[in-house]
Design a binder for this molecule. Sequence first.
Ligand code: ADP
Ligand code: MG
Length: 389
Amino acid sequence: MRTDLKQEFIKRYGKEATETYFSPGRVNLIGEHIDYNGGLVMPCAITFGSYLLVSPNNDNVFRFKSLNFPEQAEVPMHTEHKKTGEVWYNYPVGVIAHFLNDGKELQGLDMLFYGDIPIGSGLSSSASIEVVTAFALNDLFTADYSRLDLVKLSQSVENKFIGVNCGIMDQFAVAFGEKNKALMLNCDTLDYQAVDSNLGDYLLAIINTNKPRKLAESKYNERVEECQTALAALKQELDINHLCDIDAETFKQYKYLITDSVVQGRAKHVVEENDRVKLAAKALSNNNLAEFGRLMYASHQSLRDLYEVSGVELDTVVDYCKTNPDVAGARMTGAGFGGCAIALVKRDAFDKFSKEVTGYYNDKIGYAPSVYASLIGDGVGILKETVKS
Ligand code: ADP
Ligand code: MG
């Protein structure tokens, strides 16, 4: 919670910020390990995010400061920028380099970042930082990119400049998020639908397992390969391009083509999870949170048993949730092997939930999780009033 960002800017730069921008983090509500299988994901923006305060300068340099990191930098205006080590300002430098390499005219800029998203926990603080920078530059220097251009540009920075091989979901959710809407998105075609998602008496609890996600990358690649194997087997009889081109009924008829039972389980998860996303969109738009919660639990079980990307930490959180009548549903979110779980929790029972899940987890795992209360928030934009979070 910070209400003093404008003062912090003056303290560091000796002048007032001319604009403040905000970009959220995101969670994926349902539709896990689907983006690389041609199906539907359903992320939403959360009410935690990144703030960027700016003031143009006449020195032809970009100055970077963040309240979250000690390193600061002054970088000249040129098109030859490369990633330097692991410093945080690689992200905004990458965005600036992209604008300059596209021939956009920029002016020097003094920047102050601050984020209240837990960093490095799978809530996409990186996409948030990229998109807030891209949005700000586009707005300040009328660079004439569309919102979708900003999404693609930010993803490209993360892939090519930073070197992280992420899909487009994170940047898309952060840029296109809307208050009380989930985004049902096909990451391949970029067709999407904003689904009314009034959480009513509930809020979105985010439970960070605080477990480092060491295995994530190698296991992720393994799952991508297994899905390709399953697809190749199904293609012997079916004219499809992606696993998600078929529904669960069709899968039942043709699953015999996939002879390896583990690979068959992976494909079953993908096909059924894609169906669950469609059911989840219906449930949310009908305000049927009980049904949505049921689908969340079913998604988790499938990720645990068929896709095998959960782990004792995430399972412990979801096991606890099942014992609490104030929780409508819960599941791991993100690639798995750690990171965060989400739960739909009655608003007035959140404090009790937070205490109890922490105690339960601590007893089983030996250290505490971090628990946050969020709502479904807006995507990137200009913040007009005094900064409050
Ligand atoms: P995640 O996206 O899951 O939060 P990543 O490792 O992909 O984790 O991205 C985290 C990185 O993004 C940080 O190490 C930092 O470089 C950058 N970042 C995120 N938030 C901020 C911030 N408020 N100020 C400066 N850099 C930030
Ligand atoms: Mg990230």
